[in-house]
Design a protein around this ligand. Structure first.
Ligand code: PEP
Length: 251
């Protein structure tokens, strides 16, 4: 199997003001610099207004910067939106797309997510495309089918392991304290890996993250599961000690 370096990504969501974001990102950047060689990449995804100051604060460190969404167009009459080229200008290398909160709050469709991912790729950004079923869908035995449909609709032409990361985030595990069992995560990540064949040229090299109430006390077990290539972390990414502990749980 291709060697895949783990990615530990923090989704700050709509949390933190400038001072909080700078303190958190600078703390993590300092730890990464001090640690030397680590077996994981680390990424923070602050809210839009914090991208420039945080990007400036961490620019000389291995800590990567990402955004939580982007528009599919480069510029124009799209009030309230932010384009991929603006994210690059702020120092971003990654963008989270199709998070279940955006699918729910903004009605984002798979086709819109694919268009955003294609636009992100065109600017050299890595798209972290999120998929995952609701509790009702899992209870109805539809989890694999739902995720297959999301993958088929959300991954654009031209996706490669270098420009695309998949995040499996069961909706019922996000921010709830409920975590999928390692066996369920293993089965779903194997399913996703198989589904990537035909959609991405180098499916074995694509990183597949798990997200959903990842914490320091469950991270080592989850990160050791086959085909789990890192974590997308919400709540625990807002505390430097917790987020760092999730990173260092990677082997
Ligand atoms: C997320 O928002 O992507 C997430 C996984 O949140 P949490 O870790 O808080 O469940």
């Amino acid at each position: 199997m291709a060697a895949r370096r783990k990615l530990i990504a923090g989704n700050w969501k709509m949390n933190g003001l400038k001072a909080d974001g700078l303190a958190l990102a600078s703390d993590l950047a300092g730890r990464l610099k001090g640690a030397g060689a680590v077996p994981f990449d680390m990424l923070v995804c602050p809210p839009f207004p914090l991208l420039f100051p945080v990007g400036e604060a961490i620019k000389d460190s291995p800590l990567a910067l990402g955004a939580q969404d982007c528009h599919a167009k480069k510029s124009g009459a799209h009030t309230g939106d932010v384009s991929p080229v603006m994210l690059v200008d702020a120092g971003c290398r990654f963008v989270i797309l199709g998070h279940s909160e955006r699918r729910a709050d903004h009605g984002e469709s798979d086709a819109q997510i694919a268009a955003k991912a294609a636009a992100a790729h065109a600017e050299g950004l890595v798209a972290i495309i999120c998929v995952g079923e609701t509790e009702a869908q899992r209870d109805a035995g539809q989890a694999n089918a739902v995720v297959s449909t999301q993958l088929a609709g959300s991954i654009p032409q031209g996706a490669t392991a270098a420009n695309t990361v998949i995040a499996y985030e069961p909706v019922w595990a996000i921010g709830t304290g409920k975590t999928a069992t390692p066996a369920d995560v293993r089965d779903m990540h194997a399913h996703i890996r198989a589904e990537l064949a035909g959609k991405i040229a180098d499916p074995d090299a694509v990183r597949i993250l798990y997200g959903g109430s990842v914490k320091p006390d469950n991270a080592a077990e989850l990160m050791a599961v086959d085909n789990v290539d890192g974590a997308l972390v919400g709540g625990a990414s807002l505390k430097a000690n917790d987020f760092w502990a999730i990173g260092t749980s990677c082997r």
